[in-house]
Design a protein around this ligand. Structure first.
Ligand code: ATP
Ligand code: MG
Length: 365
């Protein structure tokens, strides 16, 4: 189901005389009947020619031949047919060369199901058997798997990530190569690894992160092998809750080292260490002491997100800012005494919400 704007982009390129196709994830997901979230186009046009054809574009990766074209509410990544140069470091090609054939471009792609192209009329180019592997629900490296993983070790994590998202299994040779090459992931940047782990965590099969760890793919990023991650699929599929669940499974993880945004990593790591109390007062005290975000995560980890929502919606006082009195009500006290006083009143009000009235609190004080 091709949307109008991406089809317009392809048509404009074709009419200017450049062979052009949809490629990669959008073709795979179209054939699977899954929603498409980003559009990749591969074209014989050089980046300068693409830039000249569209009024709104961003040269996102000119060195790699990629221009982002914006049209209506869509953006598409338009990349010139290319082959990657030799990979010397297991992460980046030493330069890229533009090539003239679609097939050479498809050959550089990671898995057969990601190495198909489709033209405007829906005709498919599938030189590596991607359609058959889609039917068999198999991830198979394009070409010789070990060589492909030596070029870019991220492909091993991508294999497990796609397996989690699509519910596919790994072709035997691809799986065997991962078992031989797992240690190469140590050379990857934490950001690229984080993105694959997060996509896996947010998929219907987040437990496959445990498989990444069991294969040794995450050893360099602080994940030991052999933990049970199956329970993660029962958690709400939000980044903060699933990362916190991961920290509960792997308490030794340092999410900051995985380059998660600071706020997210701190909330997830702290919430993973909280246990959600059985009693309502205990829960209020936890929300009061650790804040809404961490309290909500702790409740979700306990499988009881609703109980936190009920308390937060009740309007009962949880924080100093909700207290019916403030420091200004105690001019006779100084500095730290004021804080201690207000904390004591807050502790009282948590247990007795009906007492959160100014005259009652002044009398109690
Ligand atoms: P999604 O966007 O759903 O995560 P995708 O298949 O579109 O999946 P992208 O990372 O957006 O994946 O990449 C687009 C295409 O580029 C892939 O389908 C694949 O053909 C190719 N590709 C991306 N990363 C690599 C890589 N590390 N090695 C080889 N080919 C890759
Ligand atoms: Mg994509």
């Amino acid at each position: 189901m091709v949307k109008r704007a991406p089809a317009e982009i392809l048509k404009t390129l074709e009419q200017a005389g450049y062979e052009s196709y949809f490629v990669g994830g959008c073709v795979r997901d179209t054939l699977l009947g899954r929603p498409i979230h980003d559009w990749d186009i591969t074209t014989a046009a050089r980046p300068e020619a693409v830039m000249a054809l569209f009024s709104h574009c961003v040269p996102t990766g000119i060195a790699h031949g990629t221009v982002t074209v914006l049209l209506e509410d869509t953006e598409a990544e338009v990349t010139t047919f290319r082959a990657d140069g030799p990979y010397l470091d297991g992460r980046h090609p030493e330069g890229v060369t533009f090539v003239s054939s679609l097939e050479a471009d498809l050959a550089r792609r990671d898995f057969t199901v990601n190495a198909m192209a489709m033209d405007l009329r829906g005709a498919l180019a599938d030189p590596f058997g991607g359609q058959a592997d889609l039917k068999g629900r198999i991830l198979r490296a394009v070409g010789e798997p070990e060589q492909r993983f030596r070029e870019d070790a991220l492909r091993m994590l991508r294999a497990l990530r796609f397996a989690a998202q699509l519910d596919f299994s790994l072709e035997a040779g691809t799986d065997a190569a991962i078992r031989r090459c797992h240690a190469l992931t140590a050379a990857l940047s934490a950001e690229r690894v984080r993105d694959e782990v997060e996509k896996t965590l947010l998929s219907p099969r987040p437990g496959r992160v445990g498989e990444m760890a069991a294969l040794g793919l995450l050893a360099a990023f602080g994940f030991p092998e052999g933990r049970d991650t199956g329970w993660l699929s029962r958690l709400p599929a939000t980044a903060e809750v699933r990362w916190a669940g991961l920290c509960r499974t792997y308490p030794e993880l340092d999410l900051a080292a995985l380059r998660l945004p600071r706020r997210l990593s701190q909330d997830a790591m702290a919430a993973a260490r909280l246990s959600w109390p059985e009693d309502r007062l205990g829960r209020k005290q936890l929300l009061s002491a650790h804040g809404e975000t961490r309290g909500r995560i702790a409740a979700a980890l306990a499988g009881d997100a609703e109980s936190a929502e009920e308390i937060l919606a009740s309007g009962e006082c949880l924080y100093l800012r909700d207290l019916a009195v403030s420091g200004a009500d105690f001019p006779q006290l100084r500095g730290p005494e004021v804080g201690r006083h207000l904390q004591a009143l807050l502790a009282h009000v948590l247990a007795h919400p009906g007492d959160n009235r100014r005259e009652v609190l002044l009398r109690l004080a």
